[in-house]
Design a protein around this ligand. Structure first.
Ligand SMILES: O=C(O)[C@H]1O[C@H](OP(=O)(O)OP(=O)(O)OC[C@H]2O[C@@H](n3ccc(=O)[nH]c3=O)[C@H](O)[C@@H]2O)[C@H](O)[C@@H](O)[C@H]1O
Length: 416
């Protein structure tokens, strides 16, 4: 009976009920803020610059998952970094064509013509259903998001700052991509469960001033001639550390001067072609005492076969969540052509294919990171990967020139 109010409207209770009243000013402020919030939320136009590319893109997750779907019995799901680079685009397309799940990532930097990277994406990747995330490998949140969306079995790490001579112009970019970026990627990969196996691009340039030919993986690689080479060599040591501490399965492939259709415009065979067609003088390097400068030019299709086979023969990583559970595979393998060709010969093949006589000047090789000679011993690649390069320079350049003329044929007035 005690609870029945004695007077209508009043509760007689022993419980203390605080009577709270907003001060008038606070109430008005709250009402005003709520009004502003609703106006902003419902009426403001959608932002055109997401705070971090991709993270707020609602279509992105599904595209990544779709692209990662595998049709092969091996169930390989591969993240390809540098997917719109020369080797990356070809490798990602080949993986997808054979039924692997493939997701690409590329930062589309402007080291060379970005349009070429976009055209590789269009012609080699979009066409084959490879989705490419526009992001840098130093972007931790993006990488974490991608690895959270998809359980990759392999990472084919081809993103890098390439080119030996440019290292004197922009040294920082080599550290950012080839060291920071690589470590960043490995840091994330090592903490995954399960950890994917890593296959990545090292370089013939690690042989530096080595004079013992052909270059074998056992030869010394402690005399780099360029910062590019030094960062690739550092990459090999870093890879070893992550293999040793965390049980990551890692294969480093030492590529020897890769060339072919959709190639890199900073490479000699590419800009020689352009300059010969434009009747500009090209410089042919020679060593001291007129020594011939030569390269073990390797055709892109052979390199791609080597990459795919490295993925297929990669053993599983043994660690998980950052803890090593046993010894893991660690490999470093040359991917070359085993038949060096002089730069002079390269030019004479181009002259024949282009039907234009080159204007040449022979100059002493500048001290800018170049080495006089490369020649791969590929015994290990044969044994480990069943690698057998089949394209000689003349055949490969023929395919390159055909592509070049098709690609640039319609762009006569552009300044490519
Ligand atoms: O195997 C690698 O790991 C590297 O291969 C490639 O480097 P390189 O083998 O040096 O190719 P590239 O520059 O095309 O010069 C070819 C030849 O032309 C000579 N050369 C060059 C320029 C010039 O003006 N004149 C000239 O004679 C020059 O002296 C050389 O003999 C990649 O760029 C590099 O990123 C890396 O992947």
């Amino acid at each position: 009976m005690n609870d029945i109010p004695s007077t209508p409207g009043k509760f007689k209770s022993t419980l203390y009920t605080p009577r709270f009243r907003f001060p008038r000013v606070t109430l008005y402020t709250l009402l005003f803020l709520t009004f502003v919030f609703f106006i902003h939320f419902f009426l403001s136009p959608p932002s055109t610059t997401a705070p971090r590319r991709g993270l707020r893109d609602s279509g992105w997750d599904n595209q990544v998952k779709g692209s990662a779907k595998t049709r092969s019995r091996d169930n390989h799901v591969v993240l390809v970094t540098g997917a719109c680079g020369f080797v990356g685009a070809h490798a990602a397309a080949s993986l997808k064509k054979r039924g692997d799940g493939v997701v690409g990532i590329d930062n589309f930097n402007n080291y060379y013509d970005v349009r070429l990277k976009k055209m590789r994406k269009l012609h080699l990747l979009d066409k084959n259903g490879v989705f490419v995330i526009d992001a840098d490998i130093n972007d931790v949140p993006i990488l974490k998001k991608v690895f959270g969306l998809v359980r990759f079995t392999h990472v084919l790490h081809l993103a890098a700052q390439a080119g030996v001579r440019y290292a004197m112009v922009n040294p920082d970019s080599y550290i950012k991509s080839n060291i920071d970026g690589f470590v960043n990627l490995l840091e994330i990969v090592k903490s995954l469960n399960p950890q994917p196996a890593v296959v990545w691009a090292s370089s013939s340039s690690v042989y530096g001033l080595n004079t013992k030919v052909p270059f074998s993986e056992k030869d010394r690689t402690d005399q780099p001639a360029s910062l590019y080479a030094a960062t690739k060599k550092a990459g090999e040591e870093i890879a070893h550390t992550y293999n040793h501490i965390y049980g990551l399965s890692i294969t480093g492939l030492r590529f020897f001067t890769v060339y072919g259709p959709w190639g890199r415009p900073d490479m000699a065979y590419f800009f020689f072609t352009k300059d010969i067609l434009k009747r500009r003088t090209i410089s042919i390097f020679e060593g001291p005492e007129h020594a011939t400068v030569a390269r073990d030019f390797t055709y892109i299709d052979d390199i791609v076969k080597g990459c795919l086979s490295a993925i297929d023969t990669a053993k599983k990583s043994t660690g998980s969540g950052g803890k090593k559970k046993g010894e893991a595979q660690f490999r470093i393998i040359n991917l070359g052509n085993t038949s060096p060709v002089s730069v002079n010969k390269l030019v004479s093949i181009l002259e024949k294919l282009l039907k234009v006589k080159a204007k040449k000047k022979v100059v002493l090789m500048p001290r800018n990171g170049d080495v006089p000679f490369t020649h791969a011993n590929i015994s290990l690649a044969r044994k480990e990967l069943g690698y057998r390069p089949t394209t000689d320079l003349e055949t490969g350049l023929k395919k390159f020139v055909k592509w070049y003329l098709d690609y640039y044929g319609g762009k006569k007035k552009s300044s490519y």
